[in-house]
Ligand binder design. Structure first.
Ligand SMILES: Cc1cc2nc3c(=O)[nH]c(=O)nc-3n(C[C@H](O)[C@H](O)[C@H](O)COP(=O)(O)OP(=O)(O)OC[C@H]3O[C@@H](n4cnc5c(N)ncnc54)[C@H](O)[C@@H]3O)c2cc1C
Length: 501
């Protein structure tokens, strides 16, 4: 089970400690669980998928973008291949929709040609240069100024939180432990090799530490005295649209890229929404997830160049994710200074796509560093399937309700999510503990009303199922309580209200 601060008893020793419960750390924990090892993943937030892995474009990139031979290029292509089987095994929603890089003038068409050659060098097949008419026939809502596009048929979209949670769940099912609300505060190094990690919950002795701490991977490396990782945080903001405009585009639509980023795109999500974004701005604070008025305007202007009639009245929310930029490539491999420390750091885009391939690579490095890799004979690659009411036929729904009447109670009207699904998500091996945890697992609160209707009902279900008071249920992080106890002294109640404002 996912272990929380209240219940977790930290093991005193582990073969490997993975720092960070993003898609990379969770994929690594799962890959390690193929072997007979004690594996502990430590995450400072209350849940997995609360860093960059919860706020990105959700694209499994085809792989034409990265410099041939780089980690990014090799692991993108391998990762995209691996997802075909993994998403089936782990129940990760994935849809192959293809992607278009759109040119709006003749000079940009030259860049498309360069991208196509780069893709071929990276081992891709099926890339094609389309003319204006072909592009507009495929995507009629694009600007008539389009002059052509690079079509990549293998690009796909996934749900990034589901991917992270699915890796975590499978790791747990195969014996790994995941402890949340447990920040790593130090790494003990004796005689040039890791011997233990210090955490907010205590100490774990270990000879192998994997640094998968996202934007904080520079800090974690420095805890071991390794200053080789420097992260520049680069924020990307998004605007998300409701299902009702889900057919605005059918594929991922990129502009011709710049040196800084792949540009502001317009893309479908695997759940039938559409989003625009991200922009790319270097920021000072590693955890600054603010969305800004300027960013909103920039995203709209960028997206309008490709899709002039944006349905802005159907925008339902904004969010931001932070790229962990460490130069042009991922930082993957053995620490140059500390034996037993392996970095999966600076994992910017295409890190979601590359995650399963990064996991294979990190485990190979751990083997090289002396970790004994004996296969876990009981390894089970498949996650249990949980019913999804909205995707079920009338007959399946009737059967579900007959077996468990909770599937007959719709809690989230926007997304048609039932109480049965919420209860199952809470009691799953990597179960939800917060309102946002429920949202990321079953989408209650992801729809047009953004939880305005179902929020209180989800809170009540969490309280009942976890055996806690509703005043102890949180939105997500420490202090994000949803209700103030009635008997709180007035001064405390006022300060609590202020902190929610
Ligand atoms: C705007 C944007 C768009 C993107 N779009 C795409 C895309 O479409 N396709 C794609 O392939 N990639 C994309 N990416 C990249 C992808 O999202 C990332 O590469 C990936 O999510 C990185 O995962 P991670 O596990 O390394 O980091 P994170 O998800 O950030 O996880 C790191 C975790 O470490 C934890 N942590 C940090 N310090 C400590 C500590 N001391 N102790 C314990 N825990 C700690 C954090 O709380 C966090 O949960 C995008 C990124 C951004 C920002």
């Amino acid at each position: 089970m996912l272990e929380r601060v209240a219940t977790a008893r930290l093991p005193k020793q582990a073969d490997v400690v993975v720092v960070g419960g993003g898609v990379v750390g969770c994929a690594i924990a799962r890959e390690l669980s193929r072997y007979s090892l004690s594996v502990v993943l430590l995450e400072r937030a209350p849940d997995v998928a609360m860093g960059t892995s919860k706020a990105n474009s959700g694209i499994l990139h085809a792989g034409f973008d990265a410099e041939p031979g780089s980690w990014k290029a090799r692991l993108n292509v391998r990762g995209a291949q691996l997802y075909k089987e993994i998403s089936e095994d782990l129940g990760i929603p994935r849809r192959r929709v293809g992607s278009l890089v759109v040119a709006l003038d003749e000079a940009q068409r030259d860049t498309l040609e360069e991208l196509r050659y780069r893709g071929i060098e990276n081992g891709l097949t099926g890339l094609a240069l389309w003319g204006r008419d072909e592009v507009l026939a495929h995507e009629p809502n694009l600007s008539p100024d389009v002059t052509g596009a690079l079509w990549a048929p293998t690009a796909a979209i996934v749900c990034p939180f589901s991917a992270t949670i699915a890796f975590a769940e499978n790791a747990i099912l195969n014996g790994a432990r995941i402890v949340t609300e447990c920040a790593v505060t130090g790494i003990e190094v004796i005689g040039g090799r890791t011997t233990a990690v210090e955490t907010t919950l205590g100490r774990i002795e270990t000879s192998f530490v994997v640094n998968a701490a996202g934007v904080h991977s520079g800090d974690v490396a420095a805890m071991a005295g390794d200053e080789s990782v420097t992260i520049t945080p680069r924020r990307g903001e998004y605007v998300l649209f409701d299902h009702s405009v889900g057919d605005l585009v059918h594929s991922v639509v990129f502009p011709t890229p710049t040196k800084l980023s792949k540009g502001i795109l317009v893309a479908p999500t695997v759940h039938g929404n559409v989003f625009i974004g991200p922009n790319a701005n270097d920021i000072a604070d590693l955890d600054d997830h603010e969305t800004t008025r300027g960013g909103f305007a920039e995203i709209i202007a960028g997206a309008r160049r490709m899709v002039p009639n944006l349905p802005l009245a159907n925008a339902i929310t904004e969010f931001a994710g932070i790229r962990a930029v460490a130069g042009n490539d991922f930082v993957i491999g053995l620490s140059p200074l500390v034996r037993g420390l392996v970095h999966a750091a600076g994992i910017q885009s295409p890190g979601l796509t590359a995650a399963p391939a990064i996991a294979e690579t990190v485990v190979a490095f751990l083997g090289e560093a002396g970790l004994k890799l004996s296969p876990n004979a009981a390894f089970m690659p498949i996650n249990p399937v949980r019913p999804k009411f909205a995707d079920s036929s009338a007959r399946e729904r009737a059967k579900l309700i007959e077996t468990n009447p909770l599937y007959g109670r719709i809690i989230c009207r926007c997304e048609s999510i039932t109480e049965g699904e919420i209860v199952a998500a809470i009691h799953a091996p990597c179960g939800a503990r917060t309102m946002d945890g429920v949202k990321r697992r079953v989408r209650a609160g992801m729809g047009r009303c953004q939880g305005g209707f179902c929020g209180p009902r989800v809170t009540a279900i969490l309280a009942r199922e976890l055996g806690i008071a509703v005043t102890d249920v949180r939105k997500d992080s420490e202090g994000s309580w949803l209700y103030i106890p009635r008997d709180l002294p007035q001064a405390e109640s006022e300060s609590a209200e202020q902190s929610y404002a």
